[in-house]
Design a protein around this ligand. Structure first.
Ligand code: COA
Length: 587
């Protein structure tokens, strides 16, 4: 395989007279930024994707810097020709963060005022400052707007800050395993890690550059602490178990060191890190991450995100305890309540927080489909047109609608066309989520039984439960949630009291299989059999108002029964418009 080569470049930014003013009112007179680019910028400057690295990453995100390199850049699994971030299509830029030690101005850089390294005289910096510097870089490169921004962990925080700082500039944002602020648990690990550096006698209050010390034990410890938080219990068990090495590692002189593989791994990773990273940069950047707080900085998340025009994709990792999924769902929830375009999925991986850096088919598919997602002019042909007409009649134009159990998004697409609604899909199946994203739809991967609880009150004008309710474990709870997040719901379900089904059971002694109920008893997703009468009773008992009820039957006899006013016998399917308020008289 031919290696594609790339070179890290450095540019001195053009700053306003007096230098760049930072959030803490201090200024930086000179700023160099190290960056790499992959692919070509379009003539209109609108096909750029900016990649934000995490805490200890750098500008080398993809390709090889030298033919002899064993490993490519840190996100080469995602970036390249024909990959999820396709360099045949996009102009991809990644730069080293402000305060870093891989070419961008940071504490090891020479302070023009003194001619010596800044050390800890370097000003305290924020994520907002780093984003300001990155914007100046993109201006220099001629990027007119960002097709997308993407990052994991601290990179995800930077991506979010970009959307808040430049709400009209960023078209799409992919935020992986990240948060609007760090949890106290995550802060705790960072605090201990920084204290380890500060307690190291070789650190010398940040003035260690002239000595160039070989042993920066504080930084080794800091990395080891961090590294444990990036793994999961399962991945550590699988990787190391309680396996014992035969020979001690060189340098293992302590009476109390063990021969466990995990100890040798941590020693190896700590040592490798200290050879490539600057202790002061670690202090500055990890503090920058700790202080990031969109909620505190803008008064509320609602305020922070209110102006953004960006389409978001938020991704969680199932085993990430450093940035648990509740933090990503907080972002999703606020964006949904602001009626922004947001998609969400969970990467099911054993690798903990680090999973975003590992090869993953799901992550690649998710990112690729979100980036290439476009609304097709015609919805797919998988829809029952009778259903569509009935649902469409029950809606009003321009409503904001959630489709629970949305499948491939065909219903929402058709309703967008018929009613100009703005729609959000919700489904548990990643394949469906991927299809929806590919079709340009906003889609949330959640279990309808539990997931609705994360959505804020009145986030939608209407919620659809189209042929889904009979598949839920807690149908009543879901209906109650539905009428919390919206004052109207449309619930359609197969009527198990339909005369044809009764006959099948009575005379054949078999559970019915039909077009409406296509599953055999052993593989049916339908776990709660419901009839028209049952549904009405449930609504009555729980003070749920039925504003309109429609019935469908394909058989002649069924239709005859419906015309005789016998819906419980004649309807194969039923469609109910329910409301929490008695807005319209009952049928
Ligand atoms: N003893 C000593 N060394 C060991 C070992 C053991 N028991 N087990 C593995 N190693 C060494 C391997 O020889 C290999 O060395 P190399 O990098 O010089 O080739 C290295 O450890 C492999 O690391 P490992 O973690 O096993 O690789 P991975 O493929 O599972 O994970 C990364 C890749 C990049 C995710 C991971 O190495 C890493 O760096 N994680 C931290 C990333 C980070 O900074 N995250 C921050 C998010 S904010």
């Amino acid at each position: 395989v031919t290696k594609i080569l790339v070179e890290t470049q450095t540019v001195r930014l053009e700053l306003p007279p007096g230098g760049l003013k930072l959030s803490n009112e201090e200024t930086l007179a000179e700023i160099d930024v190290a960056y790499e680019t992959y692919g070509q910028l379009d003539i209109d400057g609108k096909n750029a994707i900016f990649v934000c690295h995490a805490l200890t990453g750098d500008a080398h995100a993809a390709f090889y810097q030298d033919d002899k390199d064993k490993k490519p850049g840190w996100w080469d699994t995602l970036i390249g020709p024909g990959k999820a971030i396709d360099t045949d299509r996009y102009y991809v830029v990644c730069s080293n963060i402000l305060g870093g030690c891989k070419g961008t101005t940071g504490p090891a850089s020479i302070n023009p005022a003194t001619g010596r390294p800044y050390g800890i005289k370097f000003p305290l910096i924020t994520v907002e400052d780093s984003v300001q510097v990155e914007k100046l870089l993109l201006d220099t490169l001629g990027v007119a707007e960002l097709y997308a921004i993407i990052g994991g962990s601290l990179g995800g925080m930077r991506a979010l800050q970009w959307c808040v700082s430049y709400p009209d500039y960023v078209r799409r944002c992919i935020c992986v395993a990240s948060a609007v602020n760090l949890s106290p648990q995550a802060l705790a690990f960072d605090i201990i890690a920084r204290q380890e550096i500060e307690c190291d006698p070789n650190w010398k209050q940040g003035k260690f550059y002239e000595d160039n010390p070989e042993h920066m034990n504080g930084l080794v410890r800091a990395r080891q602490i961090g590294h444990v938080t990036y793994l999961s219990a399962a991945s550590m068990a699988a990787k190391f178990g309680r396996e014992i090495r035969e020979k001690p590692m060189p340098g293992e002189q302590s009476k109390f060191s063990t021969s466990f593989q995990v100890e040798s791994y941590l020693n190896y990773q700590g040592q490798k890190f200290v050879e490539r990273f600057d202790a002061n940069s670690y202090l500055y950047i990890s503090r920058m991450m700790d202080m990031f707080d969109l909620e505190a900085d803008y008064g509320s998340l609602r305020e922070a995100f209110k102006h953004t025009q960006t389409k978001f994709l938020v991704v969680s990792i199932s085993t990430d305890w450093l940035f648990p999924s509740v933090q990503q769902l907080e972002i999703v929830s606020i964006l949904l309540s602001l009626r922004k375009h947001v998609s969400y999925f969970m990467l099911d991986s054993p690798y903990g927080h680090d999973a975003f850096l590992m090869e993953s088919d799901t992550l690649q598919r998710g990112i690729e489909s979100f980036l290439s997602g476009e609304t097709p002019s015609q919805p797919a042909d998988t829809l029952d047109h009778q259903d569509l007409e009935l649902i469409s009649e029950m809606l009003e134009d321009d409503m904001h609608v959630l489709d629970v159990g949305s499948g491939d998004g065909s219903l929402i697409l058709a309703l967008q066309e018929a009613r100009n609604i703005s729609g959000v899909c919700l489904d548990l199946d990643f394949d469906k989520v991927e299809t929806c994203m590919r079709r340009g739809l906003s889609v949330i991967q959640l279990d309808a039984d539990t997931g609705l609880s994360l959505i804020e009150d009145n986030a939608f004008d209407c919620v659809l439960l189209n042929q889904t309710i009979q598949q839920l474990h807690s149908a009543l709870q879901t209906i109650k949630q539905l009428l919390r997040i919206s004052d109207t719901g449309i619930v359609s379900f197969p009527n198990f009291a339909y005369y044809g089904y009764r006959l099948s059971l009575a005379f054949k002694g078999r559970l019915p299989v039909s077009k409406v109920l296509p599953f055999a008893w052993y593989d049916t997703p339908n776990i709660h059999l419901v009839t028209v009468r049952d549904f009405r009773d449930l609504c009555k008992q729980h003070d749920i108002h039925i504003a309109q009820m429609e019935y469908e039957s394909v058989s002649l006899t069924g239709r005859l029964m419906l015309s005789l006013g016998l819906p419980n016998l004649g309807a194969e399917r039923s469609l109910a418009k329910i409301t929490r308020n008695h807005k319209t008289p009952t049928e």
